[in-house]
Design a protein around this ligand. Structure first.
Ligand code: AHR
Length: 505
């Protein structure tokens, strides 16, 4: 229900209502998960530099990256791919590093992969972050026995030969394996499969992925991308009873017609900004329609929709290896992040986990590194703002928004979500995706006993304002003072192209 505010002009002002008296589902902290693939400098140089590196490290892991990721409470890390996963053989990545085979990363740049970062290194990484583990099994080019043995190696508490091998590699206690992906993009780089065949393989591989001891392991099927509803229908019909989650991949590409022409990460036009926002708003339609299909087979909503690859995908940074998917990250990406996190909040009953692609140095990254230097991106700062959303109760919020018009695009300018955090405090996220004008907003607070408000904002002077290694603090959160509460109504003026998170007191 939208609330008409006396005097508010719907063409220029937003109005709304938060229904704190009607609490919704929990927003799992796992929705703030991240994806780390063996791709470019996503792992090597970005997370892992090795113990002998001059870059300060904790047993080979970059200290600056660990500190930055801990600060935003990364809840889950998906690894080792992506397309890399369906060519990955776990045995290549265990034991003495000097003896591990060197392979070619055929998906990403054709570079040598020396397997220095393997299972023990990955588990050490998530343990250091306090995050959950999510590995993608090789379904495309390996037998189910390989998945079965990998799971046994990771989780078996017994004296089996594989458990002893893990102990000999430095980890006598089982690792905690929370999630396993049954292949990745089986319709594409995971094996070019038909949905029926992929569903049959999902049943087979999921059966043999048996975790040891008390390890509860959730199995995530390789799902559709974008609007491939037939895949969801088939996977749920044929394999729905044997899986705990279904993946969904959707990348925001401003020019979605040709893969080779996605548009630059910086120096884009306002038309391209509007196109980016129009494309990212499609996430809501995809989640809604895939969820509706899942509802037919799983009306109790036990099966998670896991959006384990999402984010922007632009042309590679000029001069970089095109196979490394390096791109800068600007205010546009911050707004995209806020819009998507709000969409996930609105679908918190079904979207129980997600992973932004990717964590470091790849696509819509949290962090960029260059040798010893590291910079936090605008997307990182949005994840920082949304920390109270982790495990919070979603509160229904209705907003009637003015429209943002640019060329052929007409989009609602305001995206919003609201939660009550685990300590009982209410928070409101407001995104103004219009890059040209500030928007006044007035929201009735039903069921919220708050009398004051504080907040933080992420915005920039230009649509492509960004942080570079030379100027790392161009885009970072600032305190936001343009909000008030009076008479049970929250009012604020949202600057153009901004992400604002308000804390109600
Ligand atoms: O994130 C980059 C790639 O995008 C992944 O490897 C693949 O799953 C997707 O197509």
């Amino acid at each position: 229900m939208a609330v008409a505010q006396q005097g508010a002009d719907p063409a220029t002002s937003a109005t709304g209502e938060i229904h704190a008296d009607r609490p919704g589902p929990r927003m799992n902290r796992q929705v703030f998960g991240q994806f780390a693939e063996h791709l470019g400098h996503g792992i090597y140089g970005g997370i892992w530099v090795g113990e002998k590196s001059a870059i300060p490290n904790d047993h080979g892991y970059r200290r600056d990256v660990l500190d930055a990721l801990r600060a935003i409470k990364v809840p889950m890390v998906r690894w080792p791919g992506g397309c890399f996963a369906d060519e990955y053989h776990w045995r290549d990545g265990i034991g003495a590093r000097a003896k591990r085979p060197v392979k070619i990363n055929t998906n990403w740049g054709g570079v040598d992969e020396d397997n220095a970062f393997g299972t023990n290194e990955y588990m050490g990484f998530v343990e250091r972050l306090g995050a959950e583990s999510y590995v993608s099994a090789n379904v495309g080019s390996a037998a189910p026995s390989e998945t079965a043995q990998w799971v046994e190696y990771m989780t078996s508490p017994s004296g089996s030969t594989l458990a002893k091998e893990r102990a000999a590699n430095g980890h006598p206690a089982p690792f905690k394996l929370n999630y396993i992906g049954i292949g990745n993009e089986l319709w594409g780089c995971g094996g070019n499969m038909r949905a029926e065949y992929a569903a049959d393989l999902t049943n087979r591989y999921a059966l043999f992925a048996k975790a040891g001891g008390t390890n509860k392991l959730l199995k995530i099927a390789s799902g559709p991308s974008d609007a491939n509803y037939e895949w969801t229908e088939t996977m749920m019909r044929l394999a729905g009873k044997n899986i705990d989650g279904l993946a969904l991949h959707y990348y925001t590409r401003p020019r979605d017609k040709v893969w080779g022409d996605k548009g630059p990460a910086l120096g884009f036009s306002e038309n391209e900004w509007a196109s980016t926002m129009a494309h990212t708003l499609q996430m809501d339609e995809f989640v809604t329609k895939h969820s509706a299909i899942m509802d037919k087979y799983d009306p109790e909503k036990k099966t998670w929709l896991v959006v384990d690859e999402w984010g922007t995908w632009y042309d590679p940074a000029p001069g970089s290896n095109p196979g490394f998917l390096i791109q800068q990250n600007s205010v546009r990406d911050a707004v995209v992040a806020g819009v998507n996190l709000n969409i996930f909040a609105h679908h918190a009953d079904r979207v129980k986990m997600a992973a932004v692609a990717q964590m470091v140095n790849v696509l819509q990254a949290m962090l960029l590194t260059d040798g010893a230097r590291m910079v936090k991106t605008p997307t990182y700062w949005v994840f920082d703002l949304y920390k109270p959303w982790q495990d919070a109760t979603v509160l229904p919020i209705d907003v009637t928004s003015p429209w943002y018009h640019k060329d052929a695009f007409a989009l609602p300018a305001i995206s919003a979500s609201a939660v009550r955090d685990t300590a009982g405090q209410v928070h409101v996220a407001l995104v103004n995706l219009d890059p040209t004008r500030a928007i006044p907003l007035s929201v009735a607070l039903t069921g919220v006993a708050a009398s004051s408000v504080s907040g933080r904002i992420v915005t920039g002077a230009n649509m492509d304002s960004h942080n570079s290694f030379e100027q790392p603090d161009v885009v970072k959160p600032a305190s936001f003072g343009a909000a008030q509460i009076a008479g049970g109504t929250l009012t604020a003026t949202l600057p153009a192209m901004s992400v604002v998170v308000l804390d109600l007191h």
